[in-house]
Design a binder for this molecule. Structure first.
Ligand code: HEC
Ligand code: HEC
Ligand code: HEC
Ligand code: HEC
Length: 296
């Protein structure tokens, strides 16, 4: 279970936080489920509080199906969507340390995320439609109408902020090997994440800020907030993919700097934050996401 805590107003040394933000932030503890997808913007079914299809009330079907899954390009897990091929993307290229990511390297879980965030594939491009509506291998647009706060909206990613696109050369490298100890100040893969000291080189207010999440450095892995997770748990086939930093099911309400910039009543696509589905409790406060892998 998660507790709902008010943001302390006593963090006087971090100015912008005290500037009248009456937001509240959740706290997650070791063992809590990384849950909340139904109320998040990743629920594209008819019961969604955000963008939702008129054609079905199912939640998981927009990404998973129990049968007839799309395994092209090694897509996983139990993937129910059509995707752009790896060669449709422009990969990061070569890093400062000399690690090269070719277009053909774009891996399974990144392809999975990009099957909506590529700005091209429709949200209702699915393989196994709900119920007896049939299977189309490789996926097909189902012609659903999507509604957001009563208004018909587009069935593909239009928000420029959320459209990662086909060009991945301007994003943090994905499908990149994790070369611990030899590139980019990367920590050993067996590092226990919660044991990483992120606070001793910061102002002491960081230890009380955001429920002390900077000190705890808890990340959700395998569906649960964990104090024993290692960096290896963030990697997929020993590489960094989109899902190294994001859990698409985790409606992470613990990143107050993000939550305070949203309203949950605004009738637009920016209406509510899901903590950007970040795996880390406390989000990227103090660049905790970045400093977990990079010893900088
Ligand atoms: C927006 C797309 C999306 C939706 C909707 C979605 N998933 Fe997932 N799911 C993914 C992706 C991507 C992964 C792989 C994540 C990773 O690499 O950790 C995944 C992984 C999983 C896993 C294995 C890893 C884990 O985190 O436990 C389970 C179990 C799972 N999903 C269950 C569900 C169920 C049940 C639903 C519906 C309630 C659902 N998912 C809805 C995208 C989605
Ligand atoms: C089935 C389509 C679909 C898939 C697959 C999908 N997303 Fe999304 N995602 C959406 C939609 C729709 C939104 C909200 C769009 C809007 O409001 O304009 C969204 C929003 C987001 C947001 C913003 C949340 C916030 O708090 O503002 C993030 C971050 C995100 N997705 C990351 C991911 C990642 C990472 C993956 C893969 C692990 C993924 N998505 C897979 C459809 C998808
Ligand atoms: C190395 C960690 C990492 C990886 C890998 C990563 N992200 Fe993110 N992503 C973040 C962080 C941190 C943020 C929040 C950035 C901010 O403060 O605006 C974010 C934000 C986002 C957003 C919201 C954009 C915004 O500025 O509001 C989307 C959408 C998203 N990521 C999708 C993806 C997709 C799709 C992939 C894979 C192609 C991916 N991410 C890979 C860390 C990562
Ligand atoms: C899951 C681990 C992980 C996380 C979290 C992570 N990175 Fe990285 N980062 C990597 C890996 C792996 C590389 C590739 C290093 C190499 O081989 O050159 C990389 C490379 C980089 C590079 C160098 C790119 C180049 O061209 O040389 C920068 C800059 C960077 N990351 C910044 C960030 C920032 C900023 C964040 C937080 C938003 C972040 N990273 C979070 C793993 C991570």
């Amino acid at each position: 279970m998660k507790r709902f805590l008010a943001v302390a107003v006593a963090v006087a040394s971090i100015g912008f936080l005290t500037a009248g933000t009456a937001s509240a932030v959740d706290s997650y503890n070791n063992g809590d489920a990384a849950s909340g997808i139904a109320s998040s913007r990743h629920n594209l079914g008819g019961f969604s509080m955000h963008i939702g299809a008129q054609g079905t009330t199912e939640v998981c079907v927009f990404c998973h199906t129990p049968h007839h899954t799309n395994t092209a390009n090694n897509l996983r897990p139990m993937w129910n969507r059509g995707t752009s091929a790896p060669t449709s993307f422009t990969a990061y290229g070569t890093t400062i340390a000399g690690t090269t990511i070719a277009n053909t390297d774009i891996g399974s879980t990144s392809l999975a995320c990009l099957s909506c965030h590529d700005g091209v594939t429709t949200f209702d491009n699915i393989v196994n439609a709900p119920g007896k509506s049939g299977v189309t291998s490789g996926g097909a647009d189902r012609g659903y109408t999507f509604i957001d706060f009563g208004t018909v909206v587009s069935d593909f990613m239009t928000s420029s902020r959320l459209n990662i696109g086909l060009n991945l050369s301007n994003d943090h490298p994905v499908s990149v090997a994790y070369n611990a100890g030899t590139a980019a100040g990367l920590r050993a893969t067996n590092t226990v994440i919660s044991a990483i000291d992120l606070t001793s080189d910061l102002n002491t207010s960081a230890t009380t800020y955001d429920n002390g999440n900077m000190t705890k450095n808890l990340w959700a892995v395998k569906g649960f907030v964990s104090d024993t997770a290692t960096i290896a748990d963030l990697l997929r086939s020993s590489k960094v993919e989109c899902s190294s930093c994001h859990d698409p099911h985790f409606n992470n309400k613990s990143w107050q700097e993000i939550d305070s910039t949203y309203s949950n009543v605004t009738a637009d696509q920016e209406g509510e934050s899901n903590g950007l589905f970040i795996r880390r409790v406390g989000g990227n406060t103090g660049s905790g996401v970045c400093r977990t892998c990079h010893e900088k």
